[in-house]
Design a protein around this ligand. Structure first.
Ligand SMILES: N[C@@H](CCC(=O)N[C@@H](CS)C(=O)NCC(=O)O)C(=O)O
Length: 194
């Protein structure tokens, strides 16, 4: 498996999962502005979408989109998935919420939004995080072990910290727990972020 990632980007979630499971994998960073990878390759030839994450499977298939990449990883590494009759559905539900309600709402912060747009986004993100905080079922979103959804949430709490977006206490507690995990710290070091 090979993960194409960019420091500070949402690809951090998949990168953490790969470190957590301890399986051998390759990685390569991408300059998402120029679309050139660390080895000088044209990232657009890996995926015409030109954005990370992109996961190259051992048979050469490329998987993109956080929801699909993280769902795939939860399938291969079920310790970060969710058991039970509705487990997969609940996990995809959480991934979709994090992708569409949180991740995408940071746009004004990453793309030179106006102060007004940033203030509106900030309030929206905090409210959406509050909902998640009200529904957590243990130390992490779904209980006492993190799932791929927690690692995706972590990307968003890091962004919230960076941009001064208020994080509700229950979500801040998950952030602290995740941040303390050795594999999370190893991933941050690997991306040059710690
Ligand atoms: N729809 C994609 C969006 C991924 C995405 O927003 N990636 C950002 C980094 S967080 C990126 O690579 N942006 C570069 C670009 O869009 O050109 C997903 O959900 O995975």
């Amino acid at each position: 498996m090979k993960l194409y990632y960019c420091p500070w980007a949402c690809s951090l979630a998949a990168h953490i999962v790969l470190h957590e499971v301890g399986a051998p994998f390759a990685n390569e960073s991408v300059d998402i502005r120029t679309k050139i990878t660390a080895s000088g390759a044209d990232f657009n030839s890996v995926t015409r979408k030109g954005y990370v994450p992109a996961l190259r499977l051992d048979d050469g298939e490329i998987v993109t989109e956080n929801i699909a990449v993280l769902d795939y990883l939860a399938d291969v590494y079920p310790q970060f998935g969710l058991d039970g009759p509705l487990g997969r559905t609940r996990l995809v539900e959480a991934l979709a919420y994090i992708s569409t309600e949180l991740h995408k709402s940071f746009k004004p912060f990453w793309h030179n939004g106006t102060d007004e747009q940033k203030a509106a986004a900030s309030a929206y993100i905090t409210a959406r995080m509050r909902y998640l905080g009200d529904t957590i079922k243990g130390d992490y979103l779904f209980g006492d072990q993190p799932t791929v959804a927690d690692f995706y949430l972590f990307v968003n709490t890091r962004w919230a910290e960076r941009f001064g977006v208020e994080i509700p206490p229950a979500i801040a507690a998950i952030h602290q727990r995740l941040n303390a995990r050795p594999a999370v710290q190893a991933t941050l070091r690997a991306e040059g972020l710690a």
